[in-house]
Design a protein around this ligand. Structure first.
Ligand code: PMP
Length: 326
């Protein structure tokens, strides 16, 4: 039996997640379809990594002092990661979240002890957008910092220094494609930059839901937004600082019908209960595998679990109302 190290609390348990081969999709396509099991992070999502790097950078730079407050605008997971870390390190958290996000995530944030501020979902251009509200709150409160995950490069750095190297190490460098969806872009861009540096032939592909402009940005150089998606935490209407200059060989758009089909498929066939953004990621990985043919290794991200979205992604009544299920 291989010994695992004893980890010192929440913070030490972040990262070093395994790559999970998805048996049903790998066998059907003849490719190795591998998902980085980010739902195994102690706060339950890929965002624990960015939350830790953002807080530790703020500590190092002296912006975040003992007993301080971390303020953030988030679709939920970054707020959850930040609040766990704040609890572990003696800080407070104020989390601004659009009221359209799943009630499960909002309830988790309240239980963890975050000061949760629900705001209407309005576009980034509007001064009342959740990201801008968070920035203003941080300015008004003494000894508070704004985590600013979208434009704070500590986010991308987390993935450049951890997610990318772990994938390179655990595949022994045998990886043909890196594909994942973007919210802030930290996961995609940081990992893509690291992998391209190891081997420029690794294809880095953006996966995008409808209602987002990154697909058109990669394809045409301009942001154009079409349609919408029930997925949360992904899709973007601007090029964030974390996305600036990111390598992108191609982009794939996956609709909600395919997202839900693949989530139900991996739940029934592989026993994997995964969140909405993972349906976009696995949908893209599957499509790429079909296009490339057998013998390729495709790596994507299993961002969080389905339990956070039972009321939406796994609720057939909701899906019928949205026209996603017949
Ligand atoms: N999936 C989920 C469920 C998320 O919460 C997020 C973070 N917003 C992402 C994917 C995208 O990660 P990133 O912000 O690193 O682009």
């Amino acid at each position: 039996m291989m010994a695992l190290p004893i980890l010192n609390g929440f913070v030490s348990a972040i990262g070093n997640t395994p790559l999970l081969r998805i048996p049903s999709l790998s066998e059907e396509t003849g490719c190795e379809i591998l998902g980085k099991a980010e739902f195994l992070n102690p706060g339950g999502s890929v965002k624990d990594r960015a939350a830790l790097y953002i807080i530790e950078e703020a500590e190092r730079s002296g912006r975040l002092k003992a007993g301080g407050t971390v303020v953030e605008g988030t679709a939920g997971n970054t707020g959850i990661g930040l609040t766990h870390i704040c609890n572990a390190k003696g800080y407070k958290s104020i989390i601004v979240i659009p009221e359209t996000q799943s009630k499960e995530k909002i309830e988790i944030l309240r239980t963890l002890g975050a000061d949760v501020r629900l705001v209407p979902a309005v576009p980034y251009a509007n001064e009342n957008n959740y990201v801008k509200v968070a920035g203003r709150i941080a300015q008004e409160i003494p000894n508070a910092i704004w985590a600013n995950q979208f434009d704070n490069l500590a986010n991308k750095q987390a993935h450049y220094e951890t997610t990318g190297p772990e994938i390179w190490r655990d595949t022994n460098g045998k990886i043909d494609v890196w594909v994942t969806s973007l919210g802030t872009g930290g996961t995609y861009a940081g990992t893509a930059e690291y992998l391209k540096k190891q081997n420029p032939n690794i294809r880095c592909i953006v996966a995008d839901p409808y209602g987002s402009g990154i697909y058109s940005f990669v394809k045409t150089g301009t942001i154009q937004i079409e349609g919408s998606s029930i997925t949360e935490g992904i899709g973007q209407g601007r090029i964030t600082k974390n996305m600036e200059g990111m390598p992108a060989d191609d982009a794939i758009r996956i609709d909600d019908k395919e997202c839900i089909r693949i989530l139900e498929h991996v739940l029934r066939k592989d026993g994997l209960f995964l969140g909405g953004s993972v349906g976009i990621n696995l949908g893209a990985a599957y499509k790429i595998a079909k296009e490339l043919g057998p013998g390729h290794t495709i790596v994507t991200v299993l961002c969080d679990t389905g339990a956070k979205y039972q009321s939406k992604v796994f609720n057939h009544e909701f899906l019928k109302e949205k026209g996603i299920l017949p």
